[in-house]
Design a protein around this ligand. Structure first.
Ligand SMILES: [Fe+2]
Length: 187
């Protein structure tokens, strides 16, 4: 089921946001966070939501607009929100690159940029779970779901395959493993 999978992905994304937040706390107290973990999380976000999760949501949203325009209007411009998320992510990547390149960046600015990303993503996910998914489940017809599923499967992009999903599972597992090691070293 498409919405079930999208919701599952939200939980995965939240797990990574929590890891990123933990590393940010290390940074905030003036210590060196694990930049391998941070870079891996950024890469994950650059790939998974950008190429896989958001395009699927956008397909569901397009159907919702047809089936229940009022409900869609209440949710707003989902595609635009996804774009804004991508912009925030780019700012995070730039800030982290800047720190790693020893460019003169205020710690407070880095903190603001990363925190803004984490909090905006959390708010966005919460809204989708609370408003968007239930509205889609209510309004979409069975053939809509079939169409969305086949649009995803027929996609030539290898990222839209089941193998891709396994790759992302592995990526997440690797990040969590790295984080555990970093935490163990810190203690
Ligand atoms: Fe989402």
């Amino acid at each position: 089921m498409i919405i079930e999978r999208l919701s599952r992905e939200h939980r995965n994304i939240e797990t990574l946001l929590a890891v990123l937040e933990r590393e940010l706390e290390v940074f905030d107290r003036g210590d060196r966070p694990d930049y391998e973990v941070i870079r891996a999380i950024i890469s994950y976000f650059e790939l998974y939501p950008e190429l896989y999760h958001h395009p699927q949501e956008d397909l569901v949203f397009a159907k919702l607009k047809l089936r229940d325009p009022a409900a869609a209007a209440k949710i707003g411009n989902l595609t635009r929100e996804h774009q804004k998320g991508a912009e925030r992510l780019r700012r995070v990547a730039q800030a982290v690159d800047g720190v790693l390149a020893d460019r003169e960046i205020l710690r407070q600015n880095v903190d603001n940029i990363v925190r803004d990303f984490i909090e905006s993503e959390r708010r966005h996910i919460m809204m989708e779970d609370r408003d968007f998914f239930p509205a889609a489940l209510k309004a979409l017809e069975p053939q809509d779901w079939t169409e969305i599923a086949s649009a995803s499967i027929n996609h030539d992009d290898p990222l839209f395959s089941e193998a891709a999903e396994e790759t992302f599972d592995e990526l997440r597992a690797r990040i969590l493993q790295l984080e555990q090691e970093a935490e163990a070293e810190r203690h």
